[in-house]
Design a binder for this molecule. Structure first.
Ligand code: NDP
Ligand code: MG
Length: 389
């Protein structure tokens, strides 16, 4: 049976990897909606190649170029936030959420309302509005499947297990571009240096977040929200080889690990074919050649983002939305050359502090409240960045 699939963030790293898998099995899937941002060439190219029903750019100023590129094809072209929501309402059996940042939340929530399967790469949805996202899925009988490699790994290690017997969940971290740098050098790290990952080939923003471990910080919160596990049971360990993605520890002392090559097509493919397993075009590991897996304690002085994530998990409420918005704004400031690498964590810590009255645990997690907290945190972060630069 042909399955109808839509991909939000189709022009990005996860989106392209998803299309790579779909391309290999053309008769199994019908592409419904593809969305992108400013990369209109890729969006139009793929909309034509996959004969999509509709292509949506997030930006209204990009619509004329998209319309032009799709003229005469019969493929609809649309733009803006409302068009993204409409695309999420188009009936589909499987929807990939791979927009980067908090912008991924509204279409993800809308997609859940059709009671479908949401493959969730957009970790920011869980960080900013975990309870709302999971409750929306429950309410509409939808299923959220993790795509982040660590969370896919935990999900796979939990198959057939009782969540109540879980004592700890350990997600691994590569340590990013600067794991072996002298700590004093981090303040002068450039954007180009932070944008190259030792093991994974990903979008620029998540690559820089790996160097600062803001990515791992988001993933700790993501683990708590997705699996409903308390924060004291969630750990992270630096594993420079990026081959063991996560481990689940049970009350009997056993650890079940998930091991695989650093290729997102594994986690995407697992979510695409779930509950079945299908052959995937990823490297098969030669363990004897690899020789060893190594692990080290993450250094909290090198990675202050991890400490901030602990505070956010403790506070709950809207603190995840504040944390993520401040992080996204600080990252923009670093990419634009306004602040240095180590200033990002300082900005985020200051915004969390300033906004603590608004983000306390009792705050209701509605889309409106999350959006408001997000905007306030961005404004606070921007004024701090302006003062620091
Ligand atoms: P990319 O930057 O490569 O792609 C992001 C996608 O989102 C692009 O299609 C981009 O469009 C689109 N986009 C950007 N801004 C907006 C916006 N404001 N509104 C709507 N669409 C927008 O990111 P990745 O693929 O690396 O990451 C996507 C998500 O998956 C992130 O949440 C990330 O944390 C998560 N993830 C990624 C992994 C990876 O290996 N890359 C691993 C695990 C999780 P365009 O490029 O056309 O402007
Ligand atoms: Mg990950």
């Amino acid at each position: 049976m042909t399955r109808r699939v839509s991909i939000f963030g189709a022009t990005g790293s996860i989106g392209q990897n998803t299309l790579d898998l779909i391309r290999r099995d053309p008769h199994a899937f019908k592409v419904v909606a593809l969305t992108g941002g400013r990369n209109i060439n890729a969006l139009a190219r793929d909309a034509k190649a996959f004969d999509a029903e509709v292509a949506v750019t997030a930006y209204n100023d990009c619509l004329p170029a998209l319309k032009d590129a799709l003229s005469g094809t019969g493929i609809e072209a649309a733009s803006g936030e409302t068009a993204l929501l409409e695309a999420a309402e188009r009936p589909a059996d499987w929807i990939m959420s791979a927009i980067v940042g908090a912008a991924g939340l509204p279409p993800g929530l809308k997609a859940l309302e059709q009671g479908t399967v949401l493959a969730l790469a957009n970790k920011e949805s869980l960080v900013t509005a975990g309870p709302l996202l999971m409750e929306t899925a429950r309410k509409f009988g939808a299923r959220v499947l993790p795509v982040d490699s660590e969370h896919s790994a935990v999900f796979q290690a939990l198959q057939g297990e009782n969540i109540d017997s879980v004592e700890r969940v350990i997600i691994t971290a590569s340590g990013g571009a600067f794991r072996d740098w002298p700590i004093e050098k981090l303040a002068s790290a450039t954007c180009a240096q932070a944008s190259s990952h030792p093991n994974w080939d990903m979008g620029q923003r998540i690559t820089i977040d790996s160097a600062s471990m803001f990515n791992k910080a988001l993933e700790l919160i993501e683990t708590k929200e997705f699996f409903g596990i308390s924060q004291d049971k969630i750990e992270t360990v630096v594993h420079p080889e990026s081959l063991m993605h996560a481990l689940v520890g049970h009350v009997d002392g056993g650890l079940i690990a998930h091991v695989g090559p650093p290729d997102m097509r594994h986690a995407i493919g697992f979510a695409l074919h779930y509950p079945d397993r299908k052959a995937l075009p990823v490297e098969r590991l030669d363990l004897a050649k690899i020789g060893q897996f190594t692990f080290r304690e993450p250094d909290l002085a090198r990675y202050p983002a991890l400490g901030l994530a602990r505070d956010v998990m403790e506070t709950g409420g809207l603190s995840g939305a504040v944390f993520n918005a401040a992080k996204e704004t600080a990252l923009d400031g670093f990419i634009d050359g306004q602040i240095g690498f180590t200033k990002m964590a300082e900005v985020v810590a200051d915004v969390i502090e300033i906004m603590s009255p608004q983000s306390h645990g009792n705050a209701a997690i509605t889309l409106e409240a999350v959006t408001e907290a997000d905007h306030m945190a961005r404004n606070e972060a921007r004024s701090l960045i302006d003062r620091k630069s």
